[in-house]
Design a protein around this ligand. Structure first.
Ligand code: NAD
Ligand code: MG
Length: 394
């Protein structure tokens, strides 16, 4: 059977990182952690190194280099310490790994994800913001280097599995992404004005990092996922749809021209997607139990409420507009979500700020990374300034 996979887990201290490490540790005979990377949680990174004994550990934030080096030494580990974004990119592209779990949150993950794609790695892609910001470049880098992208986002992982029964692109009539609806499903727009960060991150079905949890509450997450699906599966916006499914057991559906619809089902646990990515084309144990449909009883579906959750509409528009629009959408959203989590703005300011950024920076063609990064930087700056105009009175 296949040789041992050497895996770099980027974003190791996060929610996806932890799930990936859980699956990897179940298969010591075929999966090995060779690189662990985190943003600034240096103590958590050292603790993970003690358990997984990688060859390399990277802390993105330079000022923690000494803490990382000393922590590894004190633990008696041979793990080599590194710091900074460049070291991260170099290791993601190096011979130290053949597989990269891209699980950094936000546009901060783009550079290392691109580096892994350009180096032809198997790329387990959770970092959806990288695709929203630079989907065409990332996909073409992967094609050029024969990098195999396996989507980890549960919807896209479901679609990836369903598409295995397709012969040609023309076989697909429609792709439907399911959405849990988040913690505020069924609420009116007005009733959302006073919701708190704690309420927004309390997702009913999934346990995730704070940023994606807020994105799920605004439905921006589903909007980002539409753009993600467009790039991953080369489908135009009009072939994509969203179905709210509160039980989160059907992870997405693909409808074929003959009227067949295939769906992938399972408990809401990201270890299933990660096991697909780590084992593919073989199926490996993930630690996730099977689905007992009798115990769950029912599967409900409803249309998304675009009045209460305008972020989904804004993302559709950005997808249609193309060029720099998705980059602007993503950057404005990252700034707005961070301000909301810090208690600086209210929940409804998130769509307002994103809408204003899209209006201020109309879509321009963008075929270079520099153009996209410039749009990203402009949108961040505009939105950061606009946050003060939406500031909650203390
Ligand atoms: P998280 O906040 O739990 O973890 C983020 C990780 O990224 C941490 O390890 C952090 O140290 C690292 N990080 C942050 N900034 C960094 C930087 N500048 N450089 C290097 N590392 C940095 O987030 P998460 O929930 O695990 O989500 C990670 C990604 O996966 C996101 O793009 C998210 O949209 C996507 N995703 C997550 C889930 C989920 O269930 N959590 C599901 C689908 C997709
Ligand atoms: Mg998802």
């Amino acid at each position: 059977m296949a040789s041992v996979r050497n895996i770099a887990v980027l974003g190791a201290t996060g929610s996806i990182g932890g799930s990936a490490l859980d699956v990897i540790a179940r298969h010591p005979e075929r999966l090995r952690v060779s690189v662990l990377a985190a943003g600034s949680q240096v103590d958590a990174l050292v603790a993970l190194c003690v358990v997984h004994r990688p060859e390399h550990a990277v802390i993105a934030e330079q000022r923690y280099y000494g803490t990382l080096r000393d922590g590894l030494k004190m633990a008696g580990l041979a793990t080599k310490p590194h710091a900074g974004a460049e070291a991260l990119d170099e290791l993601a592209a190096s011979d130290a790994c053949d597989t990269v779990v891209a699980a950094i949150v936000g546009a901060a993950g783009l550079s290392s994800t691109l580096a892994a794609a350009r180096a032809g790695k198997r790329l387990l892609l959770a970092n959806k913001e990288a695709l929203v910001l630079a989907g065409e470049l990332l996909m073409s880098a992967a094609r050029g280097a024969d990098a195999e992208i396996i989507p980890i986002d549960s919807e896209h992982n479901a679609i990836f599995q369903c598409l295995r029964s397709r012969q040609t692109q023309g076989d697909v009539r429609r792709i439907l992404l399911t959405a849990s609806g988040g913690p505020f499903r069924g609420r009116s727009r007005d009733s959302l004005a006073a919701v708190t960060p704690a309420q927004a991150v309390a997702h009913p079905k999934w346990s995730m990092g704070p940023k994606i949890s807020v994105d799920s509450a605004t439905l921006m997450n589903k909007g980002l996922e539409l753009i993600e699906a467009h790039h991953l599966f080369a489908v135009p916006g009009e072939k994509l749809g969203v179905l709210v499914h509160p039980q989160s057991l059907v992870h997405s559906l693909v409808e074929f021209v003959d009227g067949s619809t295939l769906a992938q089902l399972g408990l809401p646990d990201m270890r299933t997607s990660l096991a697909v990515g780590l084992g593919w084309p073989q199926r490996i144990e993930s630690g996730v139990a099977g689905l007992d449909l009798l115990a769950h009883g029912r599967l409900d579906f409803e249309a998304p409420d675009l009045q209460a959750f305008p972020c989904l509409r804004l993302a559709w528009q950005a997808l249609e507009a193309g060029g720099t629009a998705p980059a602007v959408l993503n950057a404005a959203n990252e700034i707005a979500v961070s301000a909301f989590l810090q208690g600086r703005i209210g929940f409804l300011a998130i769509p307002a700020l994103v809408e204003d950024a899209l209006a201020a920076l109309p879509a321009a063609p963008a075929d270079t990374l520099d153009a996209l990064l410039a749009a990203d930087a402009q949108a961040r700056s505009i939105t950061e300034h606009a946050v003060t105009g939406h500031a909650l009175s203390a």
